[in-house]
Write a protein that binds this ligand. Sequence first.
Ligand code: ADP
Ligand code: MG
Length: 221
Amino acid sequence: MLQIDNVTKTYSHSQGPVRAVGDVSLTVNAGAFVAVQGPSGCGKSTLLLMAGGLLRPDGGAVNVDSTDPYGLKPDVRAEFRARRIGFVFQQFHLVPYLTIRENILAPGMAIATPDAETRSRADELIERFGLADRQHHVPGKLSSGERQRTALARALLNRPSLLLADEPTGNLDHDNADIVLNDLKDFAKEGGAVLLVTHDDRAVSYADSVVRMQAGKIIRD
Ligand SMILES: Nc1ncnc2c1ncn2[C@@H]1O[C@H](COP(=O)(O)OP(=O)(O)O)[C@@H](O)[C@H]1O
Ligand SMILES: [Mg+2]
């Protein structure tokens, strides 16, 4: 589902270039839950953004479901992302002035005004993630766990084939982290592909396979 071949990324800084990712290859098959673990600054977020069609690598290739997102025109790439890839981040990235339900429906808006089927998909996710009582509240009124479940529901709205999660449990207590990690696991069990990047040892125990990263490189597979 996700194939990354020898990707590299160097950022330019006033103090000179910083190689964030050097020559990393990784495959995540449908039904697999892969975790990349490594210390802060080792290049995990950079790798995830490149995997998700959000940051063009300097070298190497990315394929999502046999499509190179960087080979698509920007608007086509945005639609491809909205349909095929779900993102979950540590900081949730919910829209503060939209309700929980509107946040969950937001990726539907990227494609078209949500139709009845999309709205019923949102309702199903709201039920599944225990958000029914909170759906008409704004994110600021919710707990961190509820906000991350909202972000996960939003990520799943369009039934993506790939879920990319960047430190999704970084702001959660143990119980809420367990809930979210089990949801990622369920997504993989249902045939999706999950790539989780994190520094958290506990989080990686949910994955089928763990890749260790250090200073922009994979050190152990
Ligand atoms: N937008 C950016 N501009 C310049 N340097 C960056 C940028 N994003 C990340 N970096 C640098 O790239 C390296 C890897 O960062 P990152 O991918 O965020 O690692 P991680 O997610 O593992 O903490 C770090 O040295 C970081 O400072
Ligand atoms: Mg990071």
